[in-house]
Every structure is written in structure tokens, then in C-alpha cells.
Design a binder for this molecule. Structure first.
Ligand code: 3HC
Length: 694
């Protein structure tokens, strides 16, 4: 039956259904048909008075099989299976271990009672994939847990621990044990009447108009770009009426979401975050990392130290002066306090983490650590000096990493007699919060050192992306390119605020000028100065306005003034900005012209895509999806658009080539068609094809 993914076992007067579809028991068609066949088999046998449904392996059903989305539907569908379970004459109790998510929880809610093991979690995370619970979840969850809990569950997508699920009424009992044993005991209890059963669809939802209204208003404000959160609220609101009508209403809303580009983008992001772990070095044995050294107690070094401490690793922090060290320790303490405040760790864990922090002004203290991350000022000479010292101090086999955001990792590695142990670990600020870690692989970096970088990221709950060596690696190289577009747009006639608002309208959390102000305009200023000597003569200089701001000491938020003025929580116009813009336009002999918001987005995105294509072409990123994940996890790229190269496929290579050729009429040096894009336009190929290795 069901290719043995669903099996039936009869024990005295109960039957057990076991689902076994590794790795996460996703309910693909074979599982769905298997459940229906199992119920038929049990009915035909005629001996069972109750049924226990449980899963083998590490988890209960983790949801619908997402890989089936977008393909022709395969019968029986999940909504139908949930209804068949609910209509079954013999009562069924679902036993949850691991995570019952999405269609998994919906399957459990279609059963007549639910028992969870203490470590189990349940959730309805469909909204994170741009859809909604489409197998009765929006109708059954409010009937079991009430409207307010259902809204929280469905709109947050969070994984609710068994204890809370019990309180909410989503599960009826918590029993410890192996899923099969728990299922057997629960089914027997159903037979003797010590575990009550009922059909969820026969319950009623108590109306709660206030909760619906407040949530709808909050959702519209928080997710103005997304379609599925509002539809989730509408569906939950419909749960106070007739059950069958509610199911039909939910199905119709689900079918509106499923084919949407938003859902495709979010699903691409989900699989992308997993796909980036597929690297050539994945089979290499990572080295054991039991202790970490961090050089530099500035914002980056302190953030990295915090992240390592939160992952349970002992950290030795090095600074040149006691004063710098004290500042670093204070920042780390503040970061950990913040994590406690945000509910990310308990006060006890914070204390335990801080106890693992050693601070020293002596590099020699790093002699025994397993991995060192250098996070000092972005100057090659300083980095070289540090790596020469590390080579002399660190034990054999220690991994030596630089947190450089631009510099040549090969040049740094060459300062040591062990370049095979050197790599770049590029964290993003604030490093204890941002998900992304670029693992920069040098010419001589050993495969197990690369694997160690990925293992460290996993321990720190970060998404690691493999990058090759070039100025800026994946993210900052592309950023450096498209930020020029933003500056050209302003020089040519757009206002920084218009550019920001147009891109925020596209879905970016913040436009580039607001981001610049937040990061500190001095960073870009220093980078421009560093690269000034290597800037080709034919390149148009876009940095003039930003230079003027920095030279006035207006470096953004930290100086309360940059492109904007910051007063408390308010962001105001910078009254001096327009004069600077006018002067720089006049100096460059530019007559300003009008740009529509649409054109701003088109130019900005086309520039981003062009450089991203070159990064793939040059092998700096392994695949297009690696670029996408870098931008989703480190650059605030709107997740529902799936990343720059997923988005590029929605425009199409031919159109992109056409745009670049048109822009090249104005500036042929900046706007060049990447060879990869031209080939795609000619062959009808896509970045998605490249991801699949086509
Ligand atoms: N469908 C298909 N494949 C899935 C899947 C799903 N629902 N969930 C996970 N997988 C795959 C992953 O892609 C991964 O494949 P890979 O090994 O080839 O990369 C593998 O299963 C293991 O997944 P993880 O690496 O994520 O394993 P973890 O142990 O870290 O996490 C998990 C397990 C918490 C279950 C996590 O995988 C997860 O959150 N999955 C998605 C849950 C979800 O969104 N469910 C709702 C689906 S939509 C739905 O049900 C619609 C319904 O309402 C009609």
C-alpha cells in the first residue's frame, strides 16, 4: 500500500496507521492515497473500534509536499483526505511528535482527538510561503482554539510548543513515549472512553469581531505588499458560519494565492535557503570547533562574539587596548541583554554565555583556540600583520578566518604558512542578528575548512553561502554596482527620497539612502577613496553628493544627519541637501530630468541583475540561487520576490537585454549586457534552469 509509505497494523480491537515518508513525512500523493487506502482496509477488516495515526522518523507530517505545488493536482487532494478522516465512522486519534506543520496539523485536526508528545510543536506556517492553510486549517483551528489563537497561529506561522497547544485546545493530551506506543495507548483509551473524541467540523466558532478587525488593520499596515495574510484573516472570519461553506471559501482563497508570483518567490526562498548548503565540499569532514577567538571589539567583532556565545561557544576577545576591550565587553553584554529582552534567551543562559567570555589584550591568548575570526579595521596592511602573528601563535589545525567585506582573502592567506586553513567569514551587521554568513573560499582553502565554516554557521543558526574571492564577494560586489545607479538617478534628476520611496514601494524594507544613513555614510566614502585609484577613466563618478555629505561630517544616523535629519524617532528632510544636489548637478553640467517611480525601480533592479549575472558567470556564486539567498538574508531584499535572479526570470532575459541596451545609449561603460544574460535571451533559458544544473 502506498509504496509502503503508509502501513496498517491491527492490535486487539484497535488499528494503527503509520506514515513513513522520510525525511519529514510531507503528505505527497502517495501518503494521501495511502491514508485513504488504510481507512478502507481497516473498515473492511471490521475489527477496529478506534484508530491511532502516527508517523515514523523524526517528525509528524511537516505539511503538504511543497514540491507538488504548481504542478497539475494529484487526487486525492489534502482537503479531501482531511474530510475523509473527519467523516470516518471509526474514531481516529492523531499522535504528534516532532513538528505537525501546515497540512500536517490540518490532518491532525481532521482526526477526532490529538495527543502530542511533550517535545512536539504544531504550527500553520503557510503564510510564510505566500499561501494559507488550504486543507481546512482556517476553519478547524478557530473551532478548536478560538479566533484569537487561530489568527496568531496562522499569521505568525510560529511553531507552538505542545504545552501551549494543549492550553489552546489544539491538542487534547500530552503523553510521553515513542509515537507508536503513545498511539496504541491513546487508541485504547478512545475505546474505553477515557479519551474523548469529536468531529472538529461539528464544533462552532465563537465570533470575535474585535480580533478580526484589529488583526486585519495590523496586517494591512505590516504587510502592504502581501496578499495572503489578508486572505488568512478573511478565512478565519468565515469560520463562524457554516462549516462546508467555510471550507469552500478557504479553498477559493487558497487557489488565488497558490499561483501568485509572491507565493512562487517565497517558496523559492524556502528551498533556496536549503539549496545553498549543497556545496562541492559538503562531504568533507568539518573540524571540531569547541572555542573561538575574535580579534576586534568594535561593532562587528562584538556582534560576532555575541553570536558565538549565543551558540554556546567559549569566546576569547582580543583588543589592543584595555579601553577597547572594555568597550567590546560592554557591547557584548548589551547585545546579550537585548537577546533576553527579545525573548531569544533566558537570563540564566545569558549569564552562562557571559561566563564563557574571556577578554585579553594579548594575541598569545589565542594559542589554543580552534577558530579565530579577525574583525578589525578594513585595511589590508593591518590584516596582513595580524595573520602573520596568528600564523606564529595559533596551534596546528586552527581555522583562521577574516571577516573582511571586500579584501582579497588569498593575499591575506599568503601571509601564513598555512593558507589551506584560511578563509573569509563575512558576517553582516548586526552580526548577532543578521542571518547571512558569506563563506569566502580562497584558492588554497582546504575543503574541510570550508565545511567548518558551514558547520559554524549552522551552530550560529545562520544561512551560509559559499562565495569566491573578488572585491566584495557576492553581496557587496553587486551592491557596489547597483548603488551607482541610485547615485546616477539622483545626479540626473530624481530626489533621494523619491528613489527610497520607489524602492520601498517595490518591497525593500528601506531605500538605499535610508540604508546608507543607517550604516554610516563614512563607510561608502572610505570605499570610494580606496577604489579611486583603480576607477577606470571612462567611469562616470556618482559619489559626488555623498562625498559632500561625509565631508560636512553628516554621516547618517550616528551624526543625526545624512540624506535625512534624525530627531528622536522622526526622520525629517535634510534642509541642506537640495543645495548640494543642485551644486553637484551644475558642476557636472547636468540638466535634471523627471524619472517615474517605475523607471527608478527598473533601472535599479536591472543594474542589480546585471552584476548578479556576472557574479554567477565568473563563478563567484555557485548558482543563481546563492545570489538570491545572499540578498534575502543579508540585504533586505523583499522575500516575496524570491531574490534578484528569481525576480529576473519574472522579467525575462530578452526584456532585460533590451533594457540594458537602451540604457547603454546614455552610458555604454556602465551598462553592458552580461554574456550569460545574452545567451539566455538567445536560447530562451532562465536562471531557474541554471539552478537545476541545465
Ligand atoms: N514539502 C517538501 N519537502 C519538504 C517539506 C515540505 N513540506 N518540508 C521540508 N522539506 C524538505 C526540505 O526541502 C529538505 O530537503 P533537502 O534535504 O533536499 O534540502 C528536507 O525536507 C529536510 O528539511 P529541513 O532541512 O528543513 O529539515 P529541518 O529538520 O531543519 O526542519 C521542518 C524540518 C521544520 C519540518 C522544516 O523542513 C519546515 O519548516 N518545513 C516546511 C513546513 C511547512 O511550511 N509546511 C507547510 C507546507 S504548505 C501546506 O501544508 C499547504 C496546506 O495547507 C494545503
Amino acid at each position: 500500500m502506498g509504496e509502503n509509505k503508509v502501513t496498517v497494523e491491527f492490535v486487539e480491537d484497535v488499528a494503527l496507521i503509520c506514515i513513513n515518508n522520510p525525511p519529514v513525512n510531507a503528505s505527497g500523493v502517495v501518503v494521501r492515497q495511502g491514508i485513504v487506502d488504510a481507512l478502507d482496509e481497516i473498515k473492511a477488516a471490521g475489527s477496529a473500534k478506534a484508530i491511532g495515526l502516527y508517523c515514523a522518523g523524526r517528525t509528524f507530517i511537516a505539511g503538504a509536499d511543497i514540491t507538488e505545488f504548481g504542478k497539475p493536482p494529484l487526487e486525492p487532494g489534502l482537503p479531501e483526505v482531511c474530510n475523509i478522516l473527519e467523516d470516518n465512522e471509526i474514531p481516529i486519534v492523531a499522535v504528534i511528535h516532532g513538528t505537525a506543520l501546515g497540512g500536517g496539523l490540518e490532518t491532525a485536526m481532521g482526526c477526532h482527538a490529538r495527543v502530542a508528545v511533550p517535545t512536539a510543536k504544531v504550527g500553520l506556517p503557510e503564510v510564510l510561503l505566500g499561501i494559507l492553510p488550504g486543507a481546512g486549517g482556517t476553519q478547524r483551528a478557530p473551532r478548536l482554539a478560538g479566533i484569537s489563537n487561530a489568527l496568531d497561529l496562522i499569521l505568525s506561522g510560529r511553531h507552538v510548543p505542545a504545552k501551549d497547544a494543549l492550553e489552546m485546545g489544539l491538542v487534547d493530551r500530552i503523553d510521553d513515549g515513542e509515537p507508536r506506543e503513545v498511539a496504541l495507548a491513546a487508541a485504547k483509551d478512545v475505546v474505553v472512553g477515557t479519551l474523548a473524541t469529536r468531529r472538529t467540523g461539528e464544533l462552532t466558532t465563537t465570533p470575535d469581531d474585535a480580533a478580526i478587525e484589529t488583526t486585519m488593520a495590523a496586517v494591512q499596515k505590516k504587510h502592504p505588499h502581501l496578499i495572503s495574510p489578508q486572505k488568512c484573516v478573511e478565512c478565519v472570519a468565515a469560520s463562524t458560519g457554516d462549516f462546508k461553506e467555510g471550507l469552500a471559501f478557504e479553498r477559493a482563497r487558497f487557489m488565488e494565492c497558490l499561483p501568485s508570483p509572491q507565493s512562487k518567490g517565497l517558496i523559492h526562498a524556502f528551498f533556496g535557503e536549503r539549496a545553498v548548503a549543497n556545496i562541492p565540499e559538503r562531504k568533507a569532514q568539518a573540524r571540531d570547533i569547541a572555542s573561538v577567538g575574535v580579534i576586534g571589539g568594535g561593532t562587528m567583532g562584538s556582534g560576532i562574539s555575541t553570536s558565538a556565545l549565543m551558540a554556546g561557544l567559549p569566546v576569547t576577545l582580543i583588543e589592543v587596548s584595555q579601553e577597547g576591550l572594555d568597550r567590546g565587553v560592554a557591547t557584548i553584554t548589551g547585545n546579550l541583554d537585548g537577546a533576553v529582552k527579545r525573548g531569544k534567551m533566558s537570563p540564566e543562559k545569558r549569564d552562562a554565555a557571559l561566563a564563557k567570555l574571556t577578554a585579553s589584550t594579548e594575541m598569545e591568548s589565542l594559542a589554543e583556540v580552534d577558530l579565530v575570526i579577525e574583525a578589525v579595521f578594513e585595511k589590508m596592511e593591518i590584516k596582513k600583520e595580524i595573520f602573520t602573528k596568528l600564523d606564529a601563535i595559533c596551534k596546528d589545525g586552527a581555522v583562521l578566518a577574516s571577516n573582511t567585506s571586500y579584501l582579497d582573502v588569498n593575499e591575506i592567506a599568503a601571509m601564513t604558512r598555512r593558507p589551506q586553513d584560511v578563509l573569509g567569514l563575512h558576517f553582516f551587521s548586526p552580526a548577532h542578528i543578521m542571518k547571512l554568513l558569506e563563506v569566502v573560499v580562497g584558492e588554497k582553502t582546504a575543503p574541510e575548512v570550508v565545511a567548518t565554516g558551514f558547520a559554524l554557521a549552522k551552530k550560529m543558526r545562520k544561512v551560509a553561502v559559499r562565495a569566491g574571492v573578488c572585491d566584495g564577494f557576492i553581496g557587496n560586489r553587486i551592491l557596489g554596482h547597483y548603488l551607482k545607479t541610485a547615485s546616477y538617478l539622483v545626479l540626473d534628476g530624481a530626489h533621494p527620497d523619491q528613489v527610497d520611496k520607489a524602492l520601498e514601494g517595490f518591497g525593500f524594507a528601506m531605500g538605499p539612502h535610508r540604508v546608507g544613513d543607517l550604516a554610516g555614510l563614512d563607510i561608502g566614502y572610505m570605499t570610494r577613496k580606496r577604489l579611486a585609484a583603480t576607477r577606470p577613466a571612462e567611469e562616470r563618478y556618482g559619489g559626488a553628493i555623498a562625498d559632500r555629505l561625509s565631508e560636512n561630517g553628516w554621516n547618517g544616523r550616528k551624526t543625526s544627519k545624512g540624506y535625512y535629519v534624525y530627531e528622536g524617532r522622526d526622520t525629517l528632510e535634510n534642509p541642506d541637501l537640495n543645495a548640494i544636489i543642485d551644486e553637484e548637478r551644475a558642476r557636472a553640467g547636468i540638466t535634471p530630468r523627471v524619472f517615474s517611480d517605475e523607471e527608478i525601480v527598473e533601472r535599479y533592479m536591472t543594474a542589480m541583475i546585471s552584476e548578479a549575472a556576472r557574479v554567477v558567470e565568473d563563478g563567484i556564486a555557485l548558482r543563481p540561487v546563492d545570489v538570491d539567498v545572499v540578498f534575502l538574508s543579508g540585504y533586505g531584499f523583499p522575500r516575496f520576490r524570491g531574490g534578484p535572479l528569481h525576480y529576473a526570470d519574472t522579467i525575462g532575459a530578452a526584456e532585460l537585454v533590451k533594457r540594458i541596451e537602451a540604457y547603454a545609449q546614455e552610458d555604454a561603460h556602465y551598462w553592458k549586457v552580461p554574456a550569460l544574460l545574452r545567451k539566455m535571451a538567445e536560447d530562451g533559458g532562465s536562471f531557474a534552469d541554471l539552478n537545476k544544473g541545465k
